[in-house]
Design a protein around this ligand. Structure first.
Ligand SMILES: [Ca+2]
Length: 345
């Protein structure tokens, strides 16, 4: 028999554990998953693959609902890679849109090797959608997905040249929606996360995503009618993904498409910057891993340089990080890319 005082302590401890959401107690009521559209230039830098894997893992945790993926790299292998990768993760049903006359048409270094890779005599990726699949124009798919979504529900993540998002902002009413692009975004989108630009004064050059399609970036930053959080080049540059994780956390690295792509992108071993990953991490888990600039506005000049102006009425900001927070945030990124959080929930 348990003595009364011990019983009281146990009861108090159990109550505290449950209120902290501890495992083993009652589960916290799960928040509704965040509806996400992911606009990516898969095939340019490797961080897009890792950012996509983070989203797929968040979805497996019930924290994200992927509505669709739009491709802003104008290379046919991007379609096959995206479809094969989604299919590998059980999401071959996800809508895909493509930028038919967009920028960065080159093959890059990892799309074709990963598509050609085999394991145990089978292709690792088994794409069914290709350039011949008549995919919708990306900005039209964006319009469709937004039109079908509840008001104020969608998070738009932009981690490549902003061609598709720019065309969305500039789009006119059509048979999909009577709203022009900016109004459609205003009604349906809760927030935009964009890996784009360079902030804080430590460096001074046009950031790559912005530079590839300057008119599109100017359009997005000047017209975006909802809160936009940018991740600047300088942020992901401080958080280097450990190559040991690529070698150890995906089973046989010769058989997993992320590890194969990472190994093909550059000569191993290397620790790559986590630019696109930071936008995903913050928009799904705001106020946890990063700090923020004051509110303000971001402008892009004709040469592609980004400029931030603090303004209490502004709805744009950029991510920051304190040096002391870097190890924990990097571990947060690794856990999400590798899916370690799936097992822990
Ligand atoms: Ca990218």
């Amino acid at each position: 028999m348990i003595k009364p005082i011990t019983a009281i302590i146990i009861t108090a401890l159990a109550a505290a554990f449950i209120s902290c959401g501890g495992r083993g107690g009652e589960k916290e009521p799960a928040a509704a998953p965040v509806k996400v559209i992911f606009d990516t230039d898969l095939g340019n830098d490797i961080d897009d693959v890792m950012a996509l894997q983070m989203l797929l893992n968040y979805e497996k945790e019930g924290r994200v609902e992927l509505l669709g993926v739009t491709l802003c790299k104008a290379n046919p292998a991007t379609i096959a890679f995206a479809d094969g990768y989604l299919r590998y993760n059980g999401r071959g049903d996800l809508p895909l849109g493509y930028v038919y006359d967009g920028v960065t048409p080159f093959d890059g270094t990892y799309l074709l090797p990963t598509l050609a890779a085999t394991a145990d005599g089978q292709p690792v990726l088994k794409p069914e959608r290709t350039i011949d699949s008549n995919l919708p124009e990306a900005y039209k798919l964006l319009r469709r997905l937004l039109a079908d979504a509840p008001d104020g529900s969608v998070v738009l993540i932009s981690v490549g040249p902003m061609t598709n998002i720019g065309r969305l902002m500039d789009s006119a009413p059509d048979d999909i929606s009577p709203l022009p692009g900016v109004e459609l975004v205003k009604r349906k989108v809760k927030a935009v996360a964009a890996m784009a630009g360079l902030y804080g004064g430590g460096f001074d050059f046009p950031e790559w995503n912005v530079e590839q399609d300057i008119p599109a970036a100017r359009s997005v930053f000047s017209k975006c009618p909802v809160p936009l959080t940018a991740s600047g080049w300088e942020l992901g540059n401080r958080l280097l993904y450990p190559h040991q994780s690529i070698l150890e956390d995906f089973g046989d690295p010769q058989k997993h498409p992320l590890a194969i792509a990472y190994g093909a992108y550059m000569e191993m071993p290397y620790d790559r910057q986590t630019w696109d990953l930071t936008s995903v991490l913050d928009i799904v888990e705001p106020d946890r891993w990063f700090g923020y600039s004051p509110a303000g506005t971001i402008t892009v000049d004709e040469k592609g340089f980004s400029h931030f102006t603090a303004d209490p009425k502004g709805t744009q900001r950029y991510l920051t990080i304190d040096s002391l927070q870097i190890p924990a945030t990097l571990q947060g990124l690794v856990n999400q890319v590798t899916g370690k959080n799936i097992k822990n929930r």
